[in-house]
Design a protein around this ligand. Structure first.
Ligand SMILES: [Zn+2]
Length: 855
């Protein structure tokens, strides 16, 4: 290792001396020079590792000047103070200089001063090079003045917010962008005098001069760059105190019914904080806790210490929220709050382990939520939340391991997905089962204590947990964490013996160790626990059962195959199954077997619509409605009309309000039958319904405009008049452009999305792309597939982390035709070296299209 670096570093040293900094951008002598490795755009793992060895005591002093108009530039200054171990540099970094990360264009860098000396600061491949002559052993100070890029400032007319996760800090200010160089941040903001600002820490001082205001924030605890954030603008503030602690919510909501929900939100934040403090034995580790609820926020939430950002639609629920939505909000609050310990206090060393913070956030969120909704069945909720979502990605050819290699921070956003968020908690549950709850909690406490305000890897955590148990955690982790995919599990009865087999569909011969229950049915019914450790388990029985229902406790994870008898029994009797977890687990198994084409669509659809009126559990009903929609989408002609009519009829009569609402929404997005379209139009015309929210009416107007082209302008104009909130009007006007019947206008709209500035409001952009590629426009929109896929790398580079997935999902979600299938295949074959993480996003989104067009 040592020699490898030394040889390569010599190249860079020579370049710096002979050719000067400017040459670096083109001075590659081949793929093995340090130039290539360290100077890659983004932050290469090698660069991060080298800097981690040489830099300590890092502090950022940041100041930004924010103009009132979003068209004007945001200027800033960063002062970096840190210490360098020069001896280590000569062995590692070699040339003695330093690379700062900077994705600000070169002409916006106004001044670079290193240790009091002005230097010519060049930006090359997203780095500013500080030459050897300008740095020294011991303490160093670098000052840079710049114009910030707008990319991560999320600028709107009356407010802006930064969102730097996972690797966008360098678009806002030059820095060392890697999670294991934690630093103290001291922020100063100059904003219009009537604006409010929030950041990670409390405000120490405010000075107002004329119509401007300068705000001084207290220094932060040690933070990774991705956790630094500020929000500024016209915001309302509501405060709430409980148990001697005060937190504030900042928001832009105007609807009094929505604002009334703040009490619930505060209560849940406090409950989450208390739960985490008790479980971890560590008091909330940061100075303050505020939340900011933002319209159009890209994610559900983001756990900036002291300034957690939330999406307004997830927090302020529409009228008549479904139990899913209420539970989802609580889970979101609990998730972000759990991050304060897992992610913020102890942070992954590199983003390949980002799942370690997400798994804890989701795993603990489930436990935190439990006492807040005592009537909810949590095994059922977890099955519905984690397993269903995880299977959704794991069954596709684009699935990944929980832990994925990451060569460059620039690709960190692509690591995120259902596997990290939802498979990881399932695996964590299995880990807890393996080692026992108490040993696990004691391991978690030791882990937090050992690495507080620092960084840790998954291996660091496993080493601590391993010391608390006799179980083989390393083997467990290798299969469940490091390998992708899931088992296919089959049961067979041979006389009075039960054979349980697992198969690795990817042909690697992997066996996933796990436990689950099966129910044996015949002359009597008997439940047996299966402890599957190998590819085959043989269980002797004391009777001769007729058939086996697998995974009836929902603890097992994988694709469970059903025998003909078991499938027939389940289809006919699912709604009569009394145990809710068993009922949902069997429905999930039916759905997997249907997707695997073992069961015909019409048979499954019939069985679901027959049982649905009897379903009294809203979570199960919501799953059934989802499965039913997926089946209905595959039916044509009379069969399709019939199922739509049944679904619509049930949307008027089902005993659960949430099911009526969900059925209505499902029909709204599916409908092709003229009678049902007329009925929906009748509902929309009234403009009021005890079950539907303003947003439902917005969606209804989009869907009707598509199906009633002669009325589309009138429908959209009327709907526009109905909306009062200015942020919602902007959203509506943005999306409604995609409902124009004029195809030339649609083509132009599509072209506009290929320009990054036109897709900044990502959730709205996704809606536009979805409507442009709506199933009813499939023929016209096949031509959008190719350019939109070509744009995906640009979407990744310029957008936020979930946007590539959202983009390709909106693009392909409505397509089922062979022509669309061929377009995707052609794109993939013409790009054999496509970035693998990004290719996975395409393969995941294309699953329904592939499934429809492949045998
Ligand atoms: Zn999270």
């Amino acid at each position: 290792m040592y020699l490898f670096y030394t040889m390569r570093t010599m190249h860079l040293y020579k370049y710096l001396l002979l050719a000067g900094i400017a040459l670096l951008s083109c001075a590659c002598s081949g793929p093995r020079t340090i130039n290539d490795v360290l100077m890659k755009p983004g932050v290469s793992l090698q660069l991060a590792e080298l800097r981690k060895q040489e830099i300590t005591g890092l502090k950022y002093k940041l100041s930004f000047r924010i103009p009132e108009q979003k068209s004007e530039e945001v200027s800033g200054e960063v002062v970096l103070d840190f210490s360098i171990d020069r001896n280590k540099i000569s062995k590692t970094h070699g040339f003695g200089g330093l690379l700062l990360d900077c994705r600000i264009s070169a002409d916006k860098i106004r001044l670079v001063r290193a240790n009091g000396k002005e230097i010519k600061g060049q930006v090359v491949n997203e780095h500013i090079i500080i030459p050897e002559s300008a740095v020294r052993k011991g303490s160093n100070q670098i000052v840079i003045q710049f114009i910030a890029e707008d990319q991560s400032l999320n600028r709107n007319d009356e407010y802006l917010y930064t969102l730097l996760v996972p690797d966008r800090a360098r678009t806002l200010f030059p820095c060392f962008e890697q999670p294991d160089l934690k630093a103290e941040f001291t922020l100063q903001l100059e904003v219009p005098a009537r604006w409010t600002a929030v950041s990670n820490t409390a405000i120490r001082e405010e000075k107002v001069t004329d119509n401007r205001k300068t705000i001084f924030f207290a220094p932060t605890e040690p933070l990774s760059t991705y956790l630094f954030s500020f929000v500024a603008g016209l915001l309302n503030r509501t405060e709430h105190s409980e148990g001697g602690r005060t937190i504030a919510a900042y928001h832009r909501e105007t609807d009094p019914n929505k604002l009334a929900q703040l009490d619930t939100i505060f209560h849940q934040v406090f409950a989450s904080l208390k739960w985490m403090e008790e479980y971890t034995g560590i008091p909330y580790p940061f100075a303050k806790y505020d939340l900011i609820i933002l319209p159009g926020f890209q994610y559900g939430g983001m756990e900036h210490t002291g300034a957690t950002l939330y999406n307004d639609r997830r927090m302020f629920l529409d009228e008549h929220p479904t139990p899913d939505e209420e539970l989802g909000r609580t889970q979101l609050i609990a998730h972000e709050t759990a991050h304060m310990w897992f992610g913020d206090l102890v942070t992954m060393a590199w983003f390949n382990d980002v799942w370690t913070k997400e798994v804890f956030a989701n795993y603990f969120a489930a436990s935190i939520t439990e006492p807040l909704f005592p009537k909810v069945n949590y095994r059922l909720t977890n099955l519905r939340t984690f397993n269903a979502a995880s299977l959704g990605e794991d069954r596709t050819p684009g699935t990944t391991a929980i832990r994925q290699p990451l060569d460059n921070l620039g690709n960190a956003g692509l690591i995120y997905g259902q596997i990290i968020y939802n498979k990881a908690p399932i695996v964590m549950e299995k880990l807890v089962e393996l080692m026992g709850k108490e040993a696990y909690q004691s391991g978690i406490r030791a882990y937090l204590k050992t690495y507080a305000y620092g960084n840790a890897t998954w291996d660091d955590l496993i080493a601590i947990l391993d010391s608390k148990t006799d179980a083989d955690l390393k083997l467990f982790s290798e299969v469940w964490v490091n390998q992708k995919g899931m088992p296919e599990i089959d049961t067979e009865l041979i006389g009075n013996r039960l054979m349980v087999r697992q198969r690795d569909p990817l042909g690697r011969g992997i066996s996933w160790p796990q436990r689950f229950m099966v129910t044996l049915c015949g002359e009597k019914e008997s439940v047996v626990e299966i402890n599957l450790t190998d590819s085959l388990l043989e269980v002797p029985l004391d009777f001769y059962p007729d058939y086996v229902l697998p995974n009836t406790d929902g603890r097992g994870y994988g694709r469970f195959l059903l025998s003909g008898k078991a499938a027939n029994h389940t289809l006919a009797n699912w709604s009569a199954e009394k145990n809710e977890v068993t009922r949902l687990s069997l429905l999930m198994t039916i759905y997997e077997n249907y997707l695997a084409k073992h069961l015909p669509t019409s048979v499954v659809a019939d069985a679901l619509i027959k049982g649905l009126p009897l379903e009294k559990n809203p979570l199960i009903a919501s799953a059934v409605i989802g499965y039913l929609s997926s089946c209905a989408d595959e039916l044509d002609g009379d069969a399709r009309s019939l199922i739509e009519q049944k679904m619509y009829a049930l949307s008027q009569t089902h005993s659960l309000p949430s099911s009526r609402q969900q059925l209505f929404r499902a029909v709204n997005s599916l409908v092709v039958s003229p009678e049902v379209i007329q009925s929906l139009y009748g509902v929309w015309e009234k403009g009021k319904s005890e079950l539907l929210s303003e947003r439902d009416f917005m969606t209804l107007s989009y869907e009707l405009a598509l199906r009633m082209p002669d009325k589309s302008q009138a429908i959209l104009a009327r709907q526009r008049e109905r909306i009062t909130n200015p942020d919602r009007i902007r959203e509506f006007e943005f999306i409604a452009r995609a409902l124009d019947p004029d195809t030339a206008k649609l083509d132009k709209l599509f072209q506009s999305l290929l320009i990054p500035a036109n897709r900044r409001m990502e959730p709205w952009t996704q809606s536009v792309l979805y409507y442009l590629n709506h199933p009813l426009r499939e023929d016209h929109s096949v031509k959008y597939i190719r350019p939109a896929l070509e744009a995906l790398t640009d979407v990744q580079r310029t957008g936020d982390i979930f946007f590539p997935r959202g983009w390709v999902g909106a693009l392909l979600g409505g397509h089922r035709s062979p022509a669309a299938y061929n377009e995707v295949q052609r794109f993939l074959s013409e790009h054999p070296d496509y970035q693998p993480l990004l290719k996975n996003k395409i393969l995941q989104a294309a699953y329904p299209l592939f499934r429809r067009n492949e045998k």
